[in-house]
Design a binder for this molecule. Sequence first.
Ligand code: PCA
Length: 205
Amino acid sequence: MSRVLVTGFEPFGGEPANPSYDAAVLVPGATAVELPCVFADALAALREAIERHDPTLVLCTGQAGGRASITVEKVAINLIEARIPDNAGAQPSGVPVVAGGPDAYLSTLPVKAMVRAVRAEGIPAAVSYTAGTFVCNQVAYGLAHLIATERPDLRGGFVHVPYAPHQVTAADRPSMETTTVARALTAMVKASDSVEDHLPEGTIQ
Ligand code: PCA
């Protein structure tokens, strides 16, 4: 039986909520943990959650305001460039996530199969090739580094989700219902259980 940990983030940037955590708590059979949107604390909180719950699969999620679909992150980079201060007021720039670590990690999850699984639910999804340079990328990189260096049997990766409708005031800004995001996360958890992307390779549009 797989033990699934789904993390979301606390609200940041003046938002009243973070749809990533609000959706994480709705995934059946998974443990949901809220990570602080604080560079100094996020990776320690992730490590503590992994040690406490001993999952076989970790799906970390965060809000990507402005994106219209669920995006499964393929790449995490070893660079922090904070566009805004984090929730502790820190705004680091030009520093690595892990000093001496590789420049980037590619996700070990079957990202294309995950995207297809979400689309099969009738929910828009895409592979993303940048998780940004803020706390989400830090967590995506830190998780990949932990897997690569300490926990080879752990499966894990990062997913960004759109704003919730209540966060969006302008009619032309994309959003997604939290229950829909939760259905997408549930589908991705299921798809992640395959060791590799067994579906035919090829581009995914
Ligand atoms: N999104 C931010 C950090 C926390 C979150 O939910 C990001 O994309 O980096």
